[in-house]
Design a protein. Structure first.
Length: 344
């Protein structure tokens, strides 16, 4: 098994990478590179680029950022990582079959290890068609299955779909982000039933991160853990997320879990609600992520490619509230100490 697979299977903090835009909407390569350096030095074990947090609009011809972004990020990662690093490079892959295969081919050319496969473009496809699509893309690049919540463009997928997906050898992991306990359990049960110990579970449930990571899922006498996270939430305050995951990994084998972890889980959910703008059906999710990074100096602004995608009314105040309430979740000092060097 390749080193990156062992690394992925061990459980990592994998941020979903935001896009660095200047206030005029142009791409800030300086800030994008600084962001990459931040994630690496914060201890992230991988990075997902070209995904929802990066903004799917990078693929639109008027922006033309998909290829330049993937190419440059790959180079910047190579510049700041040892040659033999197992750091997991993940490219977002989406669209119909032709587009997805084209994106997968380009990702492989640029040195990405796996593709996080979005099925948003196939909203009306049957289960058979979805599985055929996954087979085709996996022939180009190992894929990470992606359960995206309907509120931001996903669709409800059955236990049957996930059980069939688990039978595809080149599916290496599944990111569960339905923001729904029942649907998350469908995926976990399907993976347990597949008997594939090499198929790794990652949480994308930004509303339930800590509980997902602490829970031993037991089914038919078998136990599986969600080993790590591939999360938009972990695109901010990444150093603290790394420390948190390591703490969780250390206590998973204990017979009891300190009750303080339930309090920490609630705090992180509250903070995520402000960042993701949960009270407005996630309308300000991406600008919320960008705003936290802007306040730290890692991004020049909270601008999105879609100019109507802005912070919701009251969201900035909610960010003020949670940042003041939960300083233990932030890594402002770490960023302040290193930012001048990252931007150089």
């Amino acid at each position: 098994m390749p080193k990156w697979r062992d690394h992925l299977n061990a459980g990592q903090v994998i941020p979903a990478c935001p896009l660095a835009l200047n206030e005029d909407g142009s791409w800030s390569e300086i800030h994008q590179r600084a962001l990459i350096r931040y994630y690496v030095e914060a201890g992230a074990g991988g990075l997902a680029v070209g995904v929802h947090s990066t903004q799917f609009a990078i693929r639109e011809p008027r922006h033309g950022l998909f290829r330049p972004l993937l190419k440059n990020v790959s180079q910047w990662l190579s510049d700041c990582l040892p040659a033999d690093s197992p750091f997991v490079r993940i490219a977002g892959v989406c669209g119909d079959n032709a587009q997805a295969i084209s994106e997968a081919e380009f990702a492989v050319e640029q040195g990405y290890h796996a593709g996080l496969l979005s099925l948003t473009a196939l909203r009306d496809a049957s289960e058979d068609q979805l599985i055929q699509h996954c087979h085709a893309v996996s022939g180009v690049i190992p894929i990470i299955g992606f359960y995206l919540q309907p509120a931001v463009g996903g669709r409800v997928l059955s236990y049957s779909f996930w059980r069939r997906l688990a039978e595809i050898d080149r599916v290496v992991a599944i990111k569960m982000a339905p923001f729904n306990r029942y649907q998350t359990w469908d995926v976990v049960r399907a993976v347990i039933d597949s008997n594939r110990d090499d198929l790794t579970l990652y949480t994308g449930n930004d509303d339930n991160i800590i509980v997902d990571l602490l829970t031993p899922f037991v089914w038919q006498g078998k136990t599986r853990f969600i080993v790590g996270g591939l999360l938009g939430q972990w695109g901010v305050w990444t150093q603290r997320a790394v420390h948190m995951l390591r703490e969780i990994q250390a206590i998973r084998s204990a017979t009891s879990i300190p009750i303080e972890w339930l309090s920490r889980a609630a705090s992180l959910t509250d903070a995520n609600a402000a960042i993701f703008d949960a009270s407005n059906e996630f309308a300000g999710c991406i600008p919320g992520i960008n705003e936290v990074l802007r306040r730290q100096g890692l991004l020049p602004g909270n601008r999105c490619l879609n100019v109507v995608e802005i912070l919701s009314g009251g969201q900035a105040e909610e960010l003020d509230r949670v940042i003041a309430a939960y300083p233990e979740l932030t890594d402002d000092f770490f960023v302040k100490e290193n930012l001048p060097r990252w931007l150089h």
